[in-house]
Design a binder for this molecule. Structure first.
Ligand SMILES: [Zn+2]
Length: 250
């Protein structure tokens, strides 16, 4: 197992409110050792050594979102050093190439006949692999990622804005701002694609998706997604497990 460097301070006190909908005093669902990763589940063994720090997750009574506020005081640099660091790939091996290649195939398959006309932004696109794959297939595709490729956002809007396995990494207090940024990149007739697993019932803290070492800190329900999107006159339609089409409501 890989060692984990000492962590910045973690706030174990219960959050006063849900950052998505404002629901008061969301009750706890349990705690998870910080070093638990999603790949522990898939590899069948722990990837990182214990830190002794157990991250509390809470569930909003109103919108159902499951989140932790324990890292609310972390700066972007703290996240970069302790989650999105050189060992991140051991928590999520498909991150580097397998998942971007798979998602590029999804986009290229759905918009096969529009590849010459549909511009694509991969919002939170990691190393840019998905956009590169789409460019090789003839799409006008760009990537932006605050952690892995901190360039300014492109100064234009896109016909398709996609974001795979990103929103669950955004702190609950920053979710509204993140969605506003996503919506702002959509051209008037654009659609969006959001890839994220929704909370499964009954909620169980042992579910692999609640994985602090991966940075999975906000896991949505269909309702919490709608509440975030509604102010932008957008809605999400779940089209496959963990895949949601975002479309305009008016
Ligand atoms: Zn809520």
């Amino acid at each position: 197992m890989r060692p984990v460097a000492p962590l910045p301070p973690v706030d174990l006190s219960p959050p006063p409110a849900c950052g998505i909908c404002g629901g008061a005093q969301p009750p706890p669902i349990g705690r998870k050792e910080f070093s638990r990763s999603g790949n522990d589940h898939f590899a069948g063994e722990r990837q990182f050594a214990d830190t002794g720090i157990h991250i509390p997750y809470h569930r909003c009574r109103d919108c159902g979102v499951v989140f932790t506020a324990a890292l609310d005081d972390w700066s972007p640099l703290d996240f970069a050093r302790h989650i999105y660091n050189d060992d991140y790939t051991f928590s999520d091996p498909p991150f580097d190439s397998e998942r971007p290649a798979r998602n590029a195939a999804i986009v290229a398959g759905i918009w096969h006949y529009e590849q010459d006309s549909r511009s694509v932004l991969d919002y939170g696109g990691g190393n840019g692999r998905l956009a590169a794959e789409l460019r090789m297939r003839g799409f006008d595709a760009a990537s932006h990622d605050a952690f892995y490729d901190p360039q300014p956002l492109p100064d234009r809007r896109f016909g398709l804005v996609c974001s795979f396995e990103v929103i669950e990494h955004v702190p609950h207090r920053d979710q509204a701002g993140w969605v506003a940024g996503f919506a702002a990149m959509m051209a008037p007739a654009a659609v969006g694609l959001l890839g994220t697993e929704l909370v499964t019932e009954p909620v169980d803290i042992e579910h692999w998706y609640f994985s602090p070492r991966n940075g999975h800190i906000t896991v949505h329900t269909a309702d919490s997604l709608q509440r975030l999107l509604a102010p932008h006159r957008l809605e999400a339609v779940t089209i496959a497990n963990g895949l949601h089409l975002v479309r305009r409501t008016g």
